[in-house]
Design a protein around this ligand. Structure first.
Ligand code: NAP
Length: 279
């Protein structure tokens, strides 16, 4: 392997330490801790694990969590009501709706029931628009974590070619827009892209956000490129063929320990941002 690892574990720990300091200062000043509400619908084991991890991390950094678990048969209307009530609750600073929700839920309607000033996961149209216009607001946590990693490793972006594989509203699309805002020349690839390999081969920075194990082959990577693998597939496998890509890249994120830990750290940091703004 020739690439240097982009160590999301260490970087996220620094962000969590900083967040813990800010949470403690907030609690001293306001006699309450910042509070994150987590809303989970149904009994998907992976979603339960993710929520539990977030709640545990909250406790570790001094953020109170309000856990709301709803049954699988919850309707969109019921979920919207819960999210509106949390949006109106002055003791709650941030709201996270765990994704994916069960099939009967109109997930977009549910996300839009979250007040923009509590949208610490960056999932509402309002937050997305603010990000697109370069206005202040909460940014979707995984793309924001990716940008922090690129900055920590001083990856030059201006004028560089960035290829984002994946265009989901919470990950690929905002990741590309954040890179564009930093003057990268951005190409989006997706399931209908013809000749994915030729696009990836042009990239100075590759962001893989697909959810297909090792879809991005190592031999496609331009020598010296920076590779960010946001994918997380069963068996701790990313969306990039790691060993072969690491032999060509200059910097690469491991899976696990790259993008993943940054996501929760950004979520908690944004929760304290929200609490400070509310105060
Ligand atoms: P998603 O909503 O399923 O979107 C996947 C994207 O990949 C879509 O845009 C899809 O294209 C594209 N795609 C699918 N097959 C493709 C192919 N063969 N070639 C090129 N593009 C293809 O997934 P997501 O929520 O963005 O998540 C993507 C990955 O990131 C998953 O592994 C997920 O577990 C991981 N993730 C990690 C974190 C973290 O904290 N580290 C957070 C969120 C997600 P179309 O739009 O054309 O369908």
């Amino acid at each position: 392997m020739t690439a240097t690892l982009m160590d999301g574990q260490t970087l996220s720990r620094q962000l969590l330490d900083d967040t813990a300091g800010r949470a403690a200062a907030f609690a001293r000043a306001h006699r309450r801790r910042p509070c994150l509400a987590t809303v989970l619908v149904g009994d998907d084991p992976a979603s339960h694990t993710y929520v539990r991890m977030k709640v545990n991390r909250c406790a570790a950094v001094g953020i109170e969590s309000r856990r709301v678990d709803l049954p699988s048969e919850t309707t969109t209307e019921q979920l919207v009501r819960v999210l509106r009530d949390l949006s109106d609750d002055r003791q709650v600073d941030g709201i996270l709706l765990q994704h994916p929700t069960p099939a009967q839920i109109d997930e977009r309607a549910a996300f839009e029931a979250i007040a923009v000033d509590k949208d610490v996961d960056g999932v509402t149209g309002g937050s997305f628009a603010a990000m697109a216009f370069g206005e202040p607001g909460f940014v979707s946590c995984t793309p924001a974590g990716i940008m922090r990693l690129l900055d920590a490793y001083e990856v030059p972006l201006r004028g560089r070619r960035a290829v984002v594989v994946g265009r989901s509203a919470i990950l690929g699309k905002p990741a590309g827009m954040l890179l564009l805002a930093r003057d990268a020349t951005v190409t989006y690839c997706h399931s209908r892209t013809i000749d994915l390999a030729s696009h990836v081969a042009e990239a100075d920075v590759v962001v893989a956000a697909v959810g297909r194990p090792e879809l991005v082959r190592g031999e496609w990577i331009k020598p010296g490129a920076v590779v960010v693998d946001a994918g997380y597939n069963p068996g701790n496998v990313g969306d990039v063929e790691f060993e072969a890509a690491a032999a060509r890249a200059s910097l690469i994120t491991p899976v696990p320990g790259g993008v993943g830990p940054m996501t929760i750290a950004v979520l908690l940091s944004q929760t304290v941002d929200a609490a400070e703004a509310h105060a």
